[in-house]
Design a protein around this ligand. Structure first.
Ligand SMILES: [Zn+2]
Length: 287
């Protein structure tokens, strides 16, 4: 566990290989940002206990969107957190209540990654509350503001803590591998929209954040530089993919061009987990 600022903690990264970075807000009302995937629920509960909290103290689990690495564990986690509810966007909520379509589409998009993340079980609607763009939630010592940030997924939200200006980005920013200094868009099919993603990145910049807490992975303490790098990367991928599509070239050529533009990607491509996500994120651009 690492303290970011008053009452805001970076718990740890869940999974091996790392799937998602988890954050907790210790206010009068206690909040977990994301549930993480179902495969790592017991690891998460251990992390919460090691950080000095009881699972029964958690009041809200905010999920930025319903992809299985972010919300797949929600239903299981609620069993261990009898006083918690799940906060999710209006468009996301029905998929948590009735996840069969979400499960099927994740299975086909994720391939072997589906097994690593685990599936998703239905969440009782009585334990779900929806949040909308611009709505604030007073936690006692902190105030959360919800921002609609579509692009990665149409129903995606980010969360700004108003006094500290800590911004929980969710997947509105790309995946950053610190060990390689490599950034790739978080752009999975079927619903990634690059234009909306670029707009959302600009919107995040306009909130004037002090720190970004990202799911993949960890803390970004120079938000303007990181967001600018995201804008450039998302736009460059669009150029590279589109020029290959015009030539009629296939995925291997796109990968080669991306690796030429960003040499650190060569290591990614050969990693089983990261390489699978990398290829999936290229496919999100193929429309
Ligand atoms: Zn996602």
């Amino acid at each position: 566990m690492k303290k970011i600022t008053k009452g805001i903690y970076y718990l740890e990264d869940l999974g091996t290989p790392s799937i998602i970075s988890m954050y907790l807000i210790d206010s009068k009302k206690k909040v977990l940002i994301e549930s993480g995937p179902s495969a790592t629920v017991s690891q998460l509960i251990q992390a919460i206990v090691s950080a000095g909290f009881r699972p029964s103290e958690i009041d809200h689990i905010v999920v930025t969107h319903i992809h299985l690495d972010h919300a797949g564990g929600a239903s299981l986690l609620l069993q261990a957190m009898p006083n918690a509810d799940v906060l999710v966007s209006k468009k996301g909520a029905p998929h948590l209540i009735e996840p069969s379509r979400l499960r099927a589409s994740a299975k086909s998009a994720l391939g072997p990654i589906f097994e690593i993340w685990g599936g998703i079980e239905a969440t009782n609607s009585s334990r779900i509350h929806t949040v909308e763009d611009g709505v604030s939630l007073d936690l006692g010592d902190h105030v959360l503001q919800f921002l609609s940030t579509p692009g990665h997924a149409p129903h995606h939200i980010s969360i700004l803590e108003e006094s500290s200006r800590v911004l929980f980005t969710g997947d509105a920013v790309g995946i950053y591998y610190n060990d390689l200094d490599a950034l790739i868009p978080a752009s999975p099919p079927p619903s990634f929209d690059v234009e909306l993603a670029l707009q959302s990145l600009n919107r995040l910049s306009e909130t004037n954040p002090q720190v970004l807490l990202t799911p993949h992975y960890g803390i970004q303490d120079n938000p303007s530089i990181f967001l600018k790098r995201n804008l450039e990367t998302y736009a460059r991928w669009k150029e590279i993919v589109n020029s290959n599509l015009e030539k009629g070239s296939d995925l291997d050529f796109i990968i080669e061009d991306l690796c030429q533009a960003y040499p650190s990607y060569r290591t990614l491509v050969n990693d089983v987990y990261r390489g699978t996500l990398f290829r999936m994120d290229i496919k999100g651009y193929l429309k």
